[in-house]
Design a protein around this ligand. Structure first.
Ligand SMILES: C[S@@+](CC[C@H](N)C(=O)[O-])C[C@H]1O[C@@H](n2cnc3c(N)ncnc32)[C@H](O)[C@@H]1O
Length: 198
């Protein structure tokens, strides 16, 4: 559902697409099956080995590139047209980290490129988590904090990162929860900013 909606923002099958936190390949699978020719998957966990073996053919024919890296270390010399950060994965980070991670992604974006972020909306599990820090419990893992940004906070990121536009596309998942895709676009690049100051 989320990938099909996000697909509406991908200009062509030749667009250079980066998926952040590719996991075991749900989104990669969709993109490759829909003929996208230039997909990059960033993943820091051991899922990377699953991606490497499952998509060996797409890697060898150049349609898929797998980056085994943490997002906070990620640097690419091949800027992207579209960055997908789906499955509400951004909420695993604190507010400050979200802005830092979006900054890293914006540094890897082509002029005219866009970053698409998925976020929960309204009530989830009977609790209004909008704009609140929430605890993420994982068995055998330390408990840590995540953050669900409000629309105003998303706009603060937009301003901080020098994107001209932020648009939202609400949707309901097949299992019921309300979510929205947020699309950052119109990045003002450093050279433009410098000119504006002259
Ligand atoms: C909820 S899964 C989403 C999987 C897939 N994108 C999807 O939509 O089905 C989030 C993934 O992000 C990865 N991840 C979390 N933090 C990351 C980071 N800092 N750098 C790279 N990957 C990260 C996790 O290992 C996990 O595989």
């Amino acid at each position: 559902m989320d990938v099909a909606l996000a697909e509406g923002y991908i200009p062509s099958i030749h667009s250079r697409i980066l998926e952040v936190g590719a996991g075991s390949g749900r989104v990669v699978d969709y993109l490759l099956n829909h003929s996208y020719q230039s997909v990059a998957a960033l993943e820091r966990s051991r899922n990377v080995t699953t991606l490497q073996s499952r998509y060996a053919d797409a890697v060898s024919d150049g349609r898929l590139r797998i980056h085994a890296s943490d997002l906070d270390q990620f640097r690419s010399y091949e800027p992207y047209d579209v960055v997908l950060w789906l499955f509400c994965s951004i909420t695993d980070f604190s507010s400050q980290e979200q802005c830092e991670m979006l900054h890293i992604l914006s540094c890897n974006l082509n002029p005219g490129g866009e970053i698409i972020v998925d976020l929960p909306q309204g009530c989830t599990n009977g609790m209004d988590i909008h704009g609140q820090e929430h605890l993420i419990e994982e068995e055998g893992m330390p408990t840590y904090h995540g953050f669900v940004a409000t629309i105003d906070e998303m706009n603060e990121y937009r301003h901080e990162l020098s994107f001209r536009r932020l648009s939202g596309r609400p949707y309901t998942t097949f299992t019921g929860p309300e979510r929205a895709l947020f699309i950052f676009s119109g990045l003002v690049h450093a050279a433009e900013k410098a000119l504006a100051l002259v």
